[in-house]
Design a binder for this molecule. Structure first.
Ligand SMILES: NC(=O)C1=CN([C@@H]2O[C@H](COP(=O)(O)OP(=O)(O)OC[C@H]3O[C@@H](n4cnc5c(N)ncnc54)[C@H](O)[C@@H]3O)[C@@H](O)[C@H]2O)C=CC1
Ligand SMILES: CC(=O)[C@H](N)C(=O)O
Length: 378
């Protein structure tokens, strides 16, 4: 298996020395774009102060893009990136960055207090395929880490966003147009930890009034950052192989259909969910998606750009995972309740992926200066 992010060796035995102080600056607080929205949240700042946001696990596939989006909206100093790995110089220069181990409660408390955090976006996790490689670690990071995040958010009255996944469903779930509420008996530790996160978040919401928000994402495809050990990673790898003129070996069968989404849609859905007024949220956990395709279909779409791309299929253990996941996701409730709309379909995603990879110099085999790749010392 080809994994990018293995910080496995670095995740245990950590220190709690986690602070660097930065001075906050101004920004504009977006509230909502939705008709009929009534702002009731205690985190809408009527005096115009922007929320101050902490992102955990921010050096993964989704974190730096989200930090850029939120910094644009709320100001550079109001979004604190954190992770347990060393950031690239570019990340370090882009705004506040601190060490934060999700397993170290005191470290998290110190950050929330020192930076006066209002919102927490909790990204730290081991994804589906890598989680199966180290179940005890996945339990610690995904479950114990989540417990810390819930308690922290309750203690400091934070609005908290925790992503879930199509992987929170399993072989007993309806796989075509999987709805928000359906049987969830996942067969990976990743899926089990995400069902736990959904349920615990909803429990804290009903019991303690915690402002918990959660979206179930499909496989996310991005050009700027590499995925970190998931089952859907093939749909990113194909772009890198095609543009580098390499043979693409797919670890899933050509007919394996899975829901997918381009990163810009994913991050926008997250932000829209974060700012949706309470009265529009009919539930705390929503499915979102943009498209569904098979390896054969993405190969055909990529071959429109690179007709000479050579492809072979060698299913591995990830096939067993994919075979238990939804094929097509029903996100009609998110579309109805808070106006979710995707922008990118398969052809337009291929266009933007290739133009971004070309701009990043990947065509000439110049590897992306990805934080996690740097962290591995490669
Ligand atoms: N990328 C995708 O396709 C999807 C992602 N998600 C969810 O979105 C979130 C972010 O995903 P990605 O960015 O793709 O994940 P990723 O694997 O790329 O990044 C996870 C980050 O968590 C960090 N981390 C690991 N252990 C930690 C610890 N003890 N303390 C603090 N940080 C730690 C890692 O260093 C890494 O940077 C995850 O919760 C994932 O389950 C959900 C569905 C799809
Ligand atoms: C869909 C996900 O949650 C992730 N990309 C994975 O494949 O594990």
């Amino acid at each position: 298996m080809r994994f990018r992010a293995s910080v496995l060796g670095k995740l245990l035995g950590r220190s709690s020395n986690c602070m660097q102080s930065r001075v906050p600056s101004g920004g504009v607080c977006d509230v909502t774009h939705l008709p009929g929205a009534v702002v009731t949240s205690r985190h809408y700042h009527p005096n115009g102060d922007p929320p101050r946001i902490l992102i955990t696990g921010s050096l993964g596939q989704l974190g730096s893009g989200l930090a850029a989006l939120l910094r644009e909206k709320y100001g550079r100093e109001n979004v604190i990136m954190s992770d347990i790995i060393k950031p690239s110089k570019e990340t370090w220069k882009s705004g506040p960055y601190v060490f934060a181990d999700i397993l170290d409660f005191k470290c998290l408390q110190e950050i929330v207090v020192t930076y006066r955090i209002d919102w927490l976006v909790h990204f730290s996790a081991l994804l589906s395929a890598i989680g199966e490689q180290n179940v005890p670690l996945a339990i610690r990071v995904n479950i114990e880490g989540l417990h810390n995040v819930m308690e922290l958010s309750k203690q400091y009255d934070l609005r908290v966003f925790v992503p879930s996944t199509i992987g929170a469903f399993g072989p007993d779930s309806p796989r075509d147009f999987t709805p928000n509420v359906a049987i969830q008996r996942p067969r990976t530790i990743y899926g089990v930890s995400k069902v736990h996160a959904e349920l615990l978040g909803e429990y804290y919401h009903h019991k303690f009034g915690l402002d918990f928000r959660c979206l179930r994402f499909p496989g996310v495809i991005s050009a700027d950052t590499q995925p970190g050990g998931g089952t859907t990673d093939y749909a990113v790898q194909i772009f890198h192989d095609a543009i580098a003129g390499e043979h693409f070996e797919c670890y899933l069968r050509p007919d394996t259909r899975l829901p997918m989404m381009y990163i810009d849609d994913c991050l926008r859905s997250l932000w829209e969910m974060l700012v949706t007024p309470e009265n529009l949220l009919k539930r705390r956990t929503y499915n979102v998606t943009a498209m569904s395709f098979t390896p054969a279909e993405i190969v055909a779409a990529v071959q429109k750009h690179f007709p000479d791309l050579k492809v072979s299929y060698r299913p591995d253990d990830r096939q067993k995972i994919a075979d238990t996941w939804p094929k097509v996701f029903d996100d009609s409730e998110a579309r109805r309740d808070w106006g979710w709309r995707h922008v990118y379909d398969l052809p337009s995603m291929c266009d933007i992926m290739f133009s971004k990879l070309r701009a990043a110099g990947v065509e000439n085999n110049t590897a992306l200066a990805d934080d996690a790749v740097l962290a591995r010392g490669m």
